[in-house]
Ligand binder design. Structure first.
Ligand code: AMP
Length: 411
């Protein structure tokens, strides 16, 4: 299928074409026609599947013809709520990209920074507002935002919203929306409580489900190293030195752990930085920018800070700590192997994390292959378990197209 076949208007087709997209991703193929028809949607899709364009493109199209560029006053016609500042910024960038030849104007608002530039943008008039929940409520209460006339409401990453404790904020926002509206609900996972929330928001929805299993099974080459907790740093440095990777995203459980690890890597001569919620917005943006441009080779992140980090050509994802929710594992490794390309993900499992690996294998229906031979194999072999299939040789990243691409880029 091509974008042409989705009945997308020429100014958006041109922008998509300039981005180099040839075909819509599955979530786009399914969601765009539903949204263009004006139907509500419940979409189960994670970051990396092309979900942003799946709602941004039809929203731009639906609003494009409604806007007269001569209008002096604009009012908000669509609002997108997303859990983190990084995601909000990235969604804003997507609207800029896909909407560069269309009429709607958008603004992005999020907390942790002064509100003046954001309220100035709002005063100038916007059609589409992208917001994190706290700042949105704050600006609604201060009278800078009025959502009474919106046509379209998008709730993005609903499961993460719940994890982050935003449920009350969301409910308050919903109260100020018009009852009659077009609602789009997206979540990476769809447990019962999320579905329950979804059903309080949407009306007669169509469902789109891009199963995470497909992502793990098809696109990402995975491996698991059993290792003592205290040796994880050594193993990471060893692997990074051995293979000389570029563009590695490493996940740790805690902010403190992220800082420590980035410091250790720098000491070992590896260009690394950490990104997490305690860092200022500008420090996070700078680290992300340096990573995207290749100045930094390794970015150490916590799950929340990394949510939605949008890097097209990520060579490797490392689970330095195994996440205790299996969905998070799928979500993390989905950062590599994006948009149909292959990727590589390695995970370090200490003894106390074995139950998490079991949960992951259950969710994905696959056993993560275990690398038995490495310099830091636990002495008493206590991690050996018949549960896992075993692989003698680690995956050969030299075969990996990302690495070649990055080498080319860095030359
Ligand atoms: P998202 O899931 O929205 O975070 O998108 C993941 C990545 O896929 C982003 O870097 C997009 O630029 C890219 N992308 C989105 N749609 C397409 C497409 N149809 N073809 C190629 N890349 C895409």
């Amino acid at each position: 299928m091509t974008f042409n076949e989705l009945d997308i208007i020429e100014p958006i087709l041109r922008a998509v074409d300039e981005e180099g997209y040839t075909n819509p991703t599955p979530v786009q193929e399914q969601a765009i026609p539903i949204v263009l028809k004006g139907k509500d949607i419940i979409g189960c899709a994670q970051t990396g599947t092309g979900k942003t364009a799946a709602f941004a493109i039809p929203i731009l199209q639906l609003l494009h013809n409604k806007i007269n560029p001569q209008w002096k006053k604009r009012f908000i016609k669509a609002v997108i709520i997303t859990p983190t500042r990084e995601l909000a910024i990235q969604i804003g960038e997507s609207f800029s990209t896909y909407g560069k030849y269309t009429q709607p104007k958008h603004a992005v608002i999020f907390g942790g920074v002064g509100q003046k530039p954001q309220t100035d943008a709002l005063k100038n008039g916007v059609d589409i507002l992208i917001a994190t929940p706290g700042r949105l409520l704050d600006l609604i209460n201060q009278g800078f935002v009025n959502l009474a006339k919106i046509d379209i409401f998008v709730l993005d990453e609903a499961d993460r919203m719940l994890d982050m404790g935003f449920i009350h904020d969301i409910k308050k926002v919903i109260q100020v929306l018009p009852k009659k509206r077009h609602s789009l609900f997206f979540s990476a996972t769809m447990p019962k409580e999320i579905l329950k929330l979804a059903n309080t928001i949407v009306y007669k929805p169509d469902y789109v489900d891009i199963a995470p299993e497909r992502l793990t099974a098809d696109a990402v080459e995975q491996s698991l190293y059993y290792i003592d907790k205290s040796k994880k740093k050594n193993l990471l440095i060893h692997l990074l030195e051995e293979v000389n990777y570029f563009s590695v995203l490493v996940f740790t459980r805690t902010k403190h752990g992220a800082n420590n690890l980035a410091r250790m890597l720098c000491k070992a001569g590896i260009k690394a930085d950490a990104i997490h919620g305690n860092k200022s917005q500008s420090a996070r943006q700078k680290a992300l920018q340096n990573f995207k441009s290749g100045k930094l080779h390794v970015l150490v992140a916590t799950d929340i800070a990394s949510r939605g980090i949008d890097i097209d050509e990520l060579a490797l994802v490392v689970n330095f700590d195994i996440p205790n929710e299996p969905e998070t594992y799928v979500h993390r490794i989905g950062r590599t192997g994006r948009a149909g390309l292959s990727g590589l993900a390695i995970s370090f499992c200490s003894q106390d994390e074995i139950p998490y690996v079991k949960d992951i294998n259950k969710l994905t229906g696959n056993q993560i292959p275990v690398i038995d031979e490495h310099p830091f194999v636990p002495e008493n072999g206590r991690f050996k378990t018949s549960e896992h299939s075993k692989t003698k040789n680690p995956p050969n990243p030299r075969k990996n197209q990302y690495k070649r691409n990055f080498r080319k880029k860095l030359k």
